[in-house]
Design a protein around this ligand. Structure first.
Ligand code: HEM
Length: 493
């Protein structure tokens, strides 16, 4: 027994020394001193992120290295963040995700889906105006179902979970069609696919202390051996409905010939691709494609929406001003309460509120990128291939010259005169990344959030149960929406 422990200990030390010997000898950014080998800065980074990074930035400048989870990570501040986002030949966001999240093993056919952004653009984003009425209809009926009339005040805790179901309704409608999206289990799959899969992101990468990447390697083995795969139950639900729906569409088309009414959705566009074989439909591949879009769209939009609702519930003093704007906008609605697509441009105060909410999400670092090849920053510091870089968001968001006066305070109409809508990527606002790979779905997401909030502000009064400003839940450098109670009450017109 003792021999095994001693051997294990020697092995860990040997791997640690080997790893340090492998570290390159470029003109690297300064590595902040640390007291405890192996642990390095992990503890301070997780439990005292804001103060710790502020101190590092003050002492060591815009780019510095930390030793976290058994490896050197590079933190890049405001002066060089844009360099990272604009050089996609050097810095890669998706490769960094692959290093911590085994999405490619979870969705087995994923490697064949290479034109994600192009498909998204052609099948969905270019048709946003066309999908306008459907988006609103399904958002409004999902809101009625999930929040209800609220004739009596209703307290909702963990509003993120409920909003995920509301946000999923129009996305499911546009992706898999009017018919399948009526099924409760489809909405649940859209709503829960991401949070279930994210279990691999929630496990602290303890094994990386032994060797960088070991945790991801073990997670991948668990998936490959079929021991556990949280995506499977959702893929099975998607495949079950896709089978019925695709067969039905193929039969309807054959039976009705010229008079066939073509369904409009992502699924139909997929069925009209050149390599779609009606006699040998590749259901797992279609389910995996849907999985990718569910993964990128639902959690991001729902958490942004939940934060915006809680931010407003925390600051009821802005409710009346936003209500008046929405009342004015609503004059453009038709007899069924549906707004023209162009009405979104008139929700200027609401848009600014959402941008402020996104700006102050509370992420201290983020947008991790993998380094594809050795690179020399414009200040002469060099970073080696294979390392990971994190952008230091807080450095950008608390800077007065970039954000204007009182950068830390929530000022909902801060962006009103600056003519920068919530979906616009600028160098002082990294919610949607930047450069060539900036989020292509950002306009879609903001439209959906604006339509939802338009409806919610007109229908309800809402406030935090505590009557106070509720902060986000902090998870190291990241946050998630607060689970506080939000009181909804039917608005007396
Ligand atoms: C508020 C909601 C959303 C936020 C905050 C968000 C944020 C982001 C961020 C930060 C990136 C990485 C950008 C970069 O590498 O510079 C990204 C990428 C991406 N997002 Fe979003 N996103 C949201 C909603 C959506 C929606 C609704 C869709 C689809 C309908 C979508 C599709 C994508 C895709 C396909 C990529 C990968 C782009 C590429 O690698 O070229 N996102 N998103």
């Amino acid at each position: 027994m003792y021999q095994a422990i001693i051997l294990g200990f020697i092995l860990i030390i040997t791997l640690y020394v080997l790893k340090r010997m492998r570290e390159p000898k470029l003109n690297m950014p300064p590595l902040i001193r640390y007291k405890f080998p192996i642990i390095g800065h992990t503890y301070s980074y997780l439990y005292n992120t804001e103060e710790f990074l502020k101190q590092c930035r003050k002492e060591y400048g815009d780019i510095f290295c930390l030793y976290i989870w058994g490896q050197v990570r590079i933190i890049v501040g405001k002066e060089h963040s844009q360099e990272v986002l604009s050089r996609d030949d050097v810095f890669d966001f998706s490769k960094a995700i692959e290093r911590i999240f085994p999405g490619d093993v979870m969705l087995k056919t994923l490697e064949r889906f290479t034109n994600t952004s192009k498909v998204l653009k052609e099948y969905v984003l270019n048709k946003m105006k066309f999908y306008n009425e459907r988006m609103q209809n399904s958002l409004y009926s999902a809101t009625k179902k999930q929040i209800g009339e609220c004739d009596e005040p209703k307290v909702i805790y963990n509003i993120y979970n409920l909003i995920t179901k509301i946000i999923s309704a129009p996305i499911a409608n546009i992706f898999v069609g009017e018919e399948i999206s009526q099924y409760e289990e489809i909405i649940t799959t859209f709503a829960e696919f991401t949070s279930d899969s994210a279990i691999f992101l929630m496990i602290p990468p303890i094994l990386d202390f032994i060797y960088p990447g070991l945790q991801n390697y073990i997670n991948r083995i668990i998936l490959r051996l079929g021991l556990y795969n949280p995506a499977v139950k959702h893929q099975n639900i998607l495949i079950k409905h896709l089978k019925k729906q695709i067969c039905k569409r193929l039969q309807d088309k054959e039976k009705n010939g010229e008079s066939w009414k073509r369904p409009d959705d992502f699924l139909q566009d997929t069925m009209e691709e050149e390599d779609f074989d009606p006699n040998n439909v590749d259901y797992p591949f279609i389910a995996d494609k849907l999985g990718v879009f569910i993964f990128v769209s639902i959690h991001s939009t729902s958490s942004t929406c939940a934060n915006a609702i809680i931010d407003l519930a925390s600051r009821p003093e802005y409710m009346q001003e936003l209500y008046e704007e929405q009342l004015e906008v609503h004059k453009e609605a038709d007899e069924n309460g549906i707004l023209p697509f162009e009405a979104l441009n008139n929700m200027k105060k609401l848009d600014s509120f959402i941008r402020e909410s996104l700006r102050l999400t509370g992420f201290i670092t983020g947008l991790q990128h993998a380094i594809l090849k050795d690179y020399t920053f414009s200040n002469g510091l060099q970073v080696p291939e294979d390392y990971l870089i994190d952008l230091y968001f807080d450095d950008i968001y608390v800077d007065e010259s970039l954000q204007g006066p009182n950068p830390k305070s929530f000022e909902p109409f801060r962006h009103l005169d600056a003519n920068v809508p919530a979906s616009k990527v600028t160098r002082n606002y990294l919610a949607f990344g930047g450069g060539k790979h900036a989020c292509p779905g950002r306009q879609f997401a903001i439209n959906e959030i604006k339509f939802f909030m338009h409806y919610a502000i007109l229908k309800y009064n809402f406030r935090t149960e505590s009557g106070k400003i509720e902060e986000k839940t902090r998870l190291g450098p990241m946050t998630s929406p607060s689970s506080c109670g939000v009181v909804f009450e039917k608005r007396n017109k």
